[in-house]
Design a protein around this ligand. Structure first.
Ligand SMILES: Nc1nc2c(ncn2[C@@H]2O[C@H](COP(=O)(O)OP(=O)(O)OP(=O)(O)O)[C@@H](O)[C@H]2O)c(=O)[nH]1
Length: 517
């Protein structure tokens, strides 16, 4: 039957507006929506009904008068009012006024709006039957949830949930071929939204909100539609009811409802305002009411579900998932620990000399910079010792390089034992070693130098053909109080210089850096 529809120019002008409650549409989409001549539109009577609903105190008589101008809509409202869903008495209503009175303003509004939308079978490209099933499940679920969480909003939530996906119709009208070929499946709502974002820069919820505005739907209601895919969280019960309603619809119509609901239960576990018992009662109520509502909207009735069995299955799946998740978590923790250990190992390798296992030169230099800066700032003592084993070339030449390596390893171990806990001993290169001595003045540093000499004199570092091999060392020390060292390099050079002094004087000795002005 021909319907008197809202003109496209009307939608065009509204889509270009700025509404504070709504994010703007991406430019290209806004232009295309404005130019589109096939956007879903409303019967004029429905548009007037919406206009009346925006009045501060909408009157039943005005609603009835607006609807009466559209005989087809009037007939539909009468049949709705006389259906088992709304009729609690045997009395049949025959006037539009009585029908509106029985249905209530919200259901009247919902019926008027849905009347203008494409019916199942209107196109081959989109599965309208599925969309309608989803809409009525969401509408009923939103209403039932609201009865428990925010009863005053129940009627409005029914309407909002019913039309929350009209953006799909708008996008399909604007870009029919591309939309139907790119959109994977209406059943995978997350993927659908992802594809829409890629194609248009926003998803159908925003397009739907703007279409609703163009129909005259109040801005806060349109903003609710725009926001309907947000995360499930406590705080705003109206928002929660709407956001949850479409997920319930998705679960109901999913190929595997138990898996979909176990996923939903997982998300709901963090909410305080909802519990499983409430969800069971919402689903039970839905089960009862769906057949009548499907008949009223002239669509195939969504499949039956047994809510108690479904949720029990979903809980079991969730339990299994949790088990798997815990197992995966344990595996990941294991992997992480192995990675950390490997990291520590690499870090250790990075810092140590591979032959002697003492700190290597880069690490020594880094630590020395830190200690030097600390000593400077805190005016604290610091000494650095440079040790060069004497005639090491001779050892290599006489007994071989491998034997030389062994001597270096033994000296390093002895040195590590002789230094204090706070000192850092490292291999500077070849047969040269460096000791950083924080909080150490020259006299104390000298004592370590003497101890090293005495140790080397008393303990052979190796044996050659049964004979003990004694090694000597030339040791140079530089202390903070010896001079105003400009930087670390100047201090190491000073210790090196002192060590060369010992070499020059015949080796096997300890000397301090002497600053000459
Ligand atoms: N075995 C072994 N020898 C090394 C290593 N690094 C450096 N050398 C040797 O140490 C020797 C150092 O020789 P020189 O610099 O001439 O010094 P020196 O023979 O100790 O003589 P003075 O320092 O003057 O007492 C060289 O023969 C190097 O090959 C190492 O890792 N292992």
């Amino acid at each position: 039957m021909p319907l008197d529809r809202m003109s496209t120019t009307e939608s065009k002008s509204v889509i270009g507006l700025t509404i504070p409650e709504l994010p703007p549409l991406p430019d290209t989409l806004r232009l295309r929506l404005g130019e589109c001549r096939t956007l879903p539109s409303l019967p004029a009577a429905a548009a007037r009904v919406i206009g009346l609903a925006r009045a501060p105190e909408p009157r039943l008589t005005d609603f009835a008068a607006a609807i009466q101008q559209d005989p087809a809509l009037t007939l539909r409202l009468l049949s709705m009012a006389n259906s088992a869903y709304f009729s609690r008495s045997a009395n049949r209503v025959v006037t539009c006024h009585d029908a509106v009175s029985r249905l209530g303003l919200d259901a009247t509004l919902a019926a008027a709006m849905s009347f203008g939308l494409p019916r199942p079978g209107a196109s081959d490209a989109l599965d309208y039957d599925y969309l309608w099933q989803r809409s009525i499940i969401a509408a009923l679920a939103a209403q039932q949830l609201a009865e428990q969480l925010c009863p005053d909003e129940a009627g409005q939530l029914f309407t909002m949930a019913l039309i929350q996906d009209i953006g799909i119709l708008a996008l399909e009208a604007v870009d029919a071929e591309r939309y139907s070929s790119h959109v994977p499946s209406l059943r995978d709502h997350d993927k659908l939204r992802e594809t829409e974002h890629r194609l248009y820069g926003c998803d159908h919820s925003l397009a739907g909100a703007w279409l609703a505005i163009s129909w005259g739907v109040p801005a806060p209601m349109a903003a609710g539609i725009a926001d309907s895919h947000g995360p499930l969280e406590d705080g705003n019960p109206k928002r929660l009811c709407l956001r949850l309603s479409c997920r319930i619809a998705d679960g109901w119509l999913a190929h595997s409802p138990a898996a979909a609901f176990s996923d939903l239960l997982h998300q709901l576990a963090l909410l305080e305002s909802l519990d499983i018992a409430m969800l069971v009662s919402v689903l039970e109520d839905l089960q009862q009411r769906l057949p009548t509502l499907a008949k009223l909207f002239e669509i195939t009735c969504p499949p039956d579900i047994n809510s108690t069995t479904l949720l029990a299955e979903a809980k079991e799946l969730l339990f299994e998932q949790n088990l798997l998740l815990n197992q995966r978590l344990a595996e990941q923790r294991h992997e992480l620990e192995a990675l950390l250990a490997r990291h520590d190992e690499l870090d250790e390798q990075h810092r140590t000399d591979h032959l002697t296992r003492l700190a290597n030169r880069p690490w020594l230099e880094k630590l020395l910079v830190q200690h030097f800066d600390c000593a400077l700032m805190g005016k604290r003592p610091l000494s650095v010792m440079f040790i060069d084993l004497d005639h090491f070339k001779r050892i290599n030449d006489l007994y071989g390089h491998r034997f030389g390596d062994e001597v270096l390893i033994r000296f390093a171990a002895a040195l590590e034992n002789m230094v204090r806990e706070d000192d850092i001993a490292g291999r500077y290169g070849g047969e040269e070693f460096l000791v950083i001595m924080p909080n150490t003045r020259r006299e104390q540093a000298s004592k370590l130098g003497d101890r090293i000499r005495q140790y080397l004199a008393s303990q052979p570092l190796a044996k050659t053909e049964g004979e003990p091999l004694h090694v000597t060392a030339s040791i140079g020390i530089a202390s903070m109080e010896d001079a105003d060292f400009e930087n670390v390099n100047a201090m190491v050079d000073a210790a090196d210089k002192a060590m060369y002094g010992v070499k020059h004087d015949g080796r096997d000795g300890v000397a301090h850096y002497k600053h000459r002005d």
